[in-house]
Ligand binder design. Structure first.
Ligand code: ADP
Ligand code: MG
Length: 247
């Protein structure tokens, strides 16, 4: 029996008349990469924002690391959030800061009494992991799109998150860089023992990084399982066409 690190049950969320999530059931198991697929506007970003407490659910339950998100006091929620790395869609580095300063910022803000050496060791270790040790003193403007993404992922890892949420990590990148980022996501999981949700439109990414994929359709997960299971046995025309369109 695999251990769950997050669990959503009967989750609903509307904005006015717009019903976005309509009874979402989804488990994230410890150590897995779960890919969430769904067309634009289907509620993927809303879902993970609810998971980190950035948006409030309407109904249902959302358990993260054994705690019901909606029952947490602000202080407890903030403490839990530090254990969740959120790589935002279009997540930007601070343009006026070097790579080092970008990475140092969340660390010194959240962890007190670190020595200079501890901070540097941490930053250098992460930059090594993402393959950019030489970029430490560069400005974001000097980096390519793929390199910025790598630094963004490294920055997200600086507080040792147990869960990583990647919102469209390969959007806007060329195909070769996409493959590199996919490899990095898999590598992060192995090296840092994270459990991840990867939101993507990119089925190549899903196949490469996902232990399981979950397809969000009409506000619910209509198919959840291994990639081949979900697509080779798909009966729903929309899931089939999602596949046909990508391959
Ligand atoms: P995607 O699957 O592309 O990530 P989103 O989760 O961002 O889609 O959005 C799902 C729907 O919810 C969209 O129609 C979007 O306009 C709407 N939505 C998202 N956030 C808000 C908000 N804060 N207020 C009102 N509507 C929102
Ligand atoms: Mg989105």
């Amino acid at each position: 029996m695999m251990e769950k690190i997050a669990e959503m049950k009967g989750l609903t969320k509307s904005f006015g008349d717009l019903k976005v999530l309509q009874g979402v059931d989804l488990d994230l198991y410890k150590g897995e990469n779960l890919v969430v697929l769904g067309k634009s506007g289907s509620g993927k970003s809303v879902l993970i924002k609810i998971l980190v407490g950035l948006l409030k659910k309407d109904e249902g339950s959302v358990m993260v690391m054994g705690k019901e998100i909606s029952e947490l006091k602000l202080k407890e929620l903030n403490a839990l959030r530090l254990k969740i790395g959120f790589s935002f869609q279009n997540s930007a580095l601070y343009d006026s800061m070097t790579v080092r300063e970008n990475m140092e910022f969340p660390l010194v803000r959240n962890v007190k009494n670190l020595t200079r050496k501890e901070i540097d060791t941490k930053i250098e270790g992460l930059l090594d992991s993402v393959g950019l040790p030489q970029s430490i003193n560069q400005m974001p403007s000097e980096l390519s799109g793929g390199q910025k993404k790598r630094i963004g992922i490294a920055r997200t890892l600086i507080l040792n998150p147990q869960i990583m949420l990647y919102d469209e990590p390969t959007a806007g990148l060329d195909p070769i860089t996409c493959v590199e980022i996919n490899t990095l996501i898999t590598q992060v999981r192995e090296e840092y023992n994270t459990s991840s949700i990867v939101i993507t439109h990119d089925l190549t990414c899903a196949k490469a990084t996902g232990d399981r994929v979950a397809v969000l359709l009409d506000g619910q997960f209509k198919a959840v399982g291994e990639f081949s299971e979900v697509f080779e046995n798909a009966t729903d025309e929309r899931i089939k066409s999602f596949y046909d369109y990508n391959f």
